[in-house]
Design a protein around this ligand. Structure first.
Ligand SMILES: *[C@@H]1O[C@H](CO)[C@@H](O)[C@H](O)[C@H]1NC(C)=O
Ligand SMILES: *[C@@H]1O[C@H](CO)[C@@H](O)[C@H](O)[C@H]1NC(C)=O
Length: 253
């Protein structure tokens, strides 16, 4: 379909789009709002031809908007037919090892290799370049956001932070939920008049302005690779460790 008409230049742009998706990971994390915002910002960096191709690949109900279907992989992962996708949202690293290693860490609970978030990103990048007919652009977009989430790349024993009980203001919850959903929801409500698009615009302004000198480092992929999820996962596990140390210090004090 679309890919036959695409030049290498457009493919490169799609790949850059996915690099750029990591831009916003500093600000918030990836519940429904997070996935929407990440994809909305990324869509703004597509060329005209790449936009047309993405539109062609999207289902009708997306109304041509990639962002509107970016949280779909979260909605479906509990359905039997899609159950196989649930390990693709994260990668667990050995507890208190404080680092990430693809060969060591990327497998699911049944021991199947490559079944983790970084494996999925490699997989869907390969499909993008092989013009695979069933290519589904929102899967890769979703996993690119997840791999930047420090509670999606962390100690096996933490179960993604879901067993770490914390308080968010007056609410009892767990650390995973705070990062996936509550931080961004609270920010949207408190600083942006409950309007996600206002927040998205504020981030877009930062990308062209306050953060513009960081962009080259965000784009940097070692050995001129097309995609470098291992790099992102290594960053996320470092953030995970920072969060864990803070929690331990708080418990101790
Ligand atoms: C790679 O993609 C294929 C086709 O969508 C899928 O069957 C397979 O499970 C995927 N593997 C990973 C690790 O994402
Ligand atoms: C924009 O960047 C500034 C400086 O880094 C930061 O304080 C602010 O929170 C950023 N705004 C958004 C919406 O990320």
């Amino acid at each position: 379909m679309g890919f036959r008409r695409m030049g290498c230049h457009d493919l490169l742009w799609i790949v850059r789009l996915f690099f750029l998706m990591q831009l916003v990971h500093v600000v918030f994390s990836w519940g429904k709002h997070g996935h929407y915002a990440v994809c909305k910002i990324a869509e703004g960096y597509l060329t005209k031809d790449a936009t047309a191709t993405v539109k062609e690949l999207l289902p009708d109900y997306a109304n041509g908007e990639l962002a509107s279907v970016c949280s779909w992989p979260d909605d479906i992962k509990w359905y039997y037919r899609w159950y196989w996708t649930s390990p693709l949202h994260y990668v667990d690293t050995p507890s208190f090892k404080c680092n990430y290693n693809y060969g060591r860490d990327c497998y699911d609970s049944s021991g199947r290799r490559n079944n983790c978030v970084t494996g999925a990103i490699f997989n869907y990048t390969k499909q993008l370049f092989s013009a695979y007919q069933g290519y589904n652009p929102n899967l890769k977009s979703h996993y690119m956001a997840d791999v930047h989430q420090p509670l999606h790349v962390g100690f096996t024993g933490d179960l993604g932070g879901s067993i770490l009980k914390v308080r968010w203001y007056r609410k009892k919850t767990n650390l995973h939920h705070v990062w996936d959903t509550l931080i961004i929801d609270t920010a949207v409500k408190t600083f942006y008049g409950s309007d996600l698009s206002t927040m998205v615009r504020a981030i877009q302004r930062n990308i062209t302005d306050a953060w513009s000198s960081d962009i080259s480092s965000w784009n940097y992929c070692r050995h001129h690779k097309r995609v470098c999820p291992n790099q992102y996962a290594a960053e996320s596990v470092r953030l995970h460790v920072t969060l864990r140390i803070r929690m331990l210090n708080q418990e101790a004090s």
